[in-house]
Design a protein around this ligand. Structure first.
Ligand code: ADP
Ligand code: ZN
Length: 311
């Protein structure tokens, strides 16, 4: 038994409990309710507008649901530092109106229940660890490659926080030799997100990714940038599983290209059988399909009901 286990008292979550879940994305919000087993029983989705209006819709949704806890996986950056005066706030986002918004406090003024609060990608990593592709593992890393690139880290049974939280979408990556695209990150130009997000694909080629044929050179370049970052993650964190989600990863031919390039970059240096067998079971699509974020938020809500939920 670990220290953490011994601090838990016997209070299993009531199997009939109703738990709220919020997947708060920069483009859209998904709210749902679910069971402690991970079944989502109802949901609603709406575009992310100004914060007050958006939270009004969230509060309206949960008003008659009688939830016993709520889990939130939010776009960010967000403040997760316990004890911070701005804990629960969205911090430096360029998204109009949201910088400095007290997300968690606004919710708590309407619902006096335990709340779990983390980044959207940490929530997705957690969902995958509890019910998805990394079920039963003590660590995994979850990438979303979509409007932005985000990376969530579950390590040693905990979601990784620190100064703030990992911002793996913005790591520097080596440039592909045939790529003259300047990059579009407002902070870093040609960081991973600047080179590999869905909008970066569209800017580079003049059409969105879903209009590019599988044999278009775009995909080899896309795989290059994602593989740069995935190889770094393997070497830096040694996670037991890496999961790639998000809209761009709907291109099913992309994952094998990334696996091949990751294998070249690691080049046999990390002597783990998971990496020697073609990475097919190591570098994978989400086990929860497009539900990793919402189910992860549900799992955060369930965890918030535990007597000691400071993970
Ligand atoms: P978000 O990141 O906003 O939560 P998504 O993960 O769906 O949402 O990402 C949207 C981005 O992914 C857009 O830039 C879009 O062009 C791109 N995208 C979505 N679906 C596909 C697809 N099937 N093929 C390639 N790109 C896609
Ligand atoms: Zn950046």
């Amino acid at each position: 038994m670990t220290d953490r286990d011994s601090n838990k008292t016997e209070r299993p979550t009531d199997a009939s409990a109703v738990i709220g879940a919020i997947e708060a994305g920069g483009t859209k919000f998904v709210c749902g309710i679910g069971t402690p087993d991970g079944d989502i029983t109802d949901r609603i989705s709406f575009p992310t507008a100004q914060p007050e209006e958006t939270l009004r819709r969230v509060v309206d949704y949960f008003a008659d649901k009688n939830v016993q806890a709520i889990g939130i996986g939010s776009f960010g950056p967000i403040d997760l530092r316990s004890g911070s005066e701005t804990y629960g706030f969205v911090t430096t986002t360029p998204k109009p109106g949201w910088s400095g918004f007290d997300f968690l406090g606004t919710l708590r003024r309407s619902f006096d229940v335990p709340c779990g609060w983390d980044t959207d990608v940490n929530a997705a990593a957690y969902g995958e660890a509890i019910w998805g592709a990394a079920q039963g593992l003590e660590d995994c890393v979850y990438y979303t490659v979509g409007t932005g690139v985000g990376v969530g880290v579950y390590a040693g049974g905990r979601l990784l926080h620190g100064l703030l939280h990992p911002e793996g979408g913005h790591v520097p990556v080596r440039r592909h030799p045939n790529d003259g695209f300047a990059g579009r990150c407002p902070y870093h130009g040609d960081c991973l997100e600047g080179m590999a997000s869905g909008p970066a694909i569209q800017d580079r080629w003049g059409v969105p990714g879903h209009e590019l044929a599988p044999d278009h050179p775009a995909w080899e370049i896309e795989a290059h940038y994602i593989a740069e970052s995935v190889a770094t993650t393997i070497l830096l964190l040694s996670p037991r599983k890496i999961i790639l989600g998000g809209g761009v990863m709907q291109q099913k031919h992309l994952l094998p290209l990334i696996r091949r390039r990751v294998a070249e970059l690691v080049n046999g240096y990390v002597a783990a059988p998971e990496l020697a067998e073609g990475l097919d079971d190591y570098l994978v699509a989400p086990g929860l399909g497009t539900e990793s974020g919402l189910k992860g938020a549900l799992a955060l809500g369930i965890r918030a009901l535990e007597p000691r939920s400071e993970y």
